[in-house]
Design a protein around this ligand. Sequence first.
Ligand code: XMP
Length: 325
Amino acid sequence: MTNVRPDSMARINTPELAQQFIEEQVAEVRKQVGDKKVLLALSGGVDSSVVAALLIKAIGKQLVCVHVNHGLMRKGESEQVIEVFQNQLDANLIYIDATDRFLDLLAGVSEPESKRKIIGGEFIKVFDEEARKLEGISFLAQGTIYPDILESDGVKAHHNVGGLPEDMQFELVEPVRLLFKDEVRVVGKALGLPASMVDRQPFPGPGLGVRCLGAITRDRLNALREADAILREEFEKAGLNKTVWQYFISVPDMKSVGVKDSKRYMGWPAIIRAVNTTDAMSATIEEIPYALLHHITNRITTEVEGINRVLYDLTPKPVGTIEWE
Ligand code: XMP
């Protein structure tokens, strides 16, 4: 199995080329795996979702998907994983709601790298515990894509959640390892995955844990999740999901005074970030129509408990980063 993309390999940019790729990979996976079982950590992100759909096509119930909900997913994400993979594709899916484990460990931890380490470490622990309960697993599938191979030592580690226990001695199945992201999306569509899954914007592995600044509390995390869902809904309605590369809400751990029903009360600000970029190394700010910003502000401050201001971040990268962390 090669980890080098041959010069002769065509860019997969049509449904026909995607179908051809799928047929080749289905045959290759069947040959590699035989009648053995394969385990996959399914986050619901583009890469792991496409690998899951491809393997379901190739080996059906021999694939065991484990979805760990770390409690830091965006609104509706875990539900979509269950709907698409369990209900629609009839996958062998184990769903683990580990929200309490993660949030208990994160309580009081404010330093960003410490938060990332806790989330990454706990993810490995939860996945490892599940994997050890299963019998007869011989292979581990991973959503490694070509940039992961070019940028690291070939293991999907970068700074994402999804790193796996080092002592797991499984042979790897990595059917999209020679593809670039845009090709993975074309293949995902050809496999029938919903656009909302295949065209997802980038989302940090540690999820909303990055955007809930400082020490995470459940009430502020919920406020962030609800405000983010409103932003996404309104951007989609306005068609901005097609023109803006990444947009989200961050909520800092500070309160300021506001007024509601003629009473002063303390609330958090929700910060809107909406950027365009080609490589995430630099980013520009999108000009969002004022009327839409007003509407989103109105919805968030009236519908989301605990938020009393909405701010729009105008800082390009550099000097800011895309995420607030
Ligand atoms: P920054 O904040 O460094 O982000 O300008 C650049 C891009 O990387 C995304 N990002 C992540 N992606 N796992 C990921 O897969 C992560 O842990 C992670 N942290 C940041 C960020 O959303 C932006 O698109």
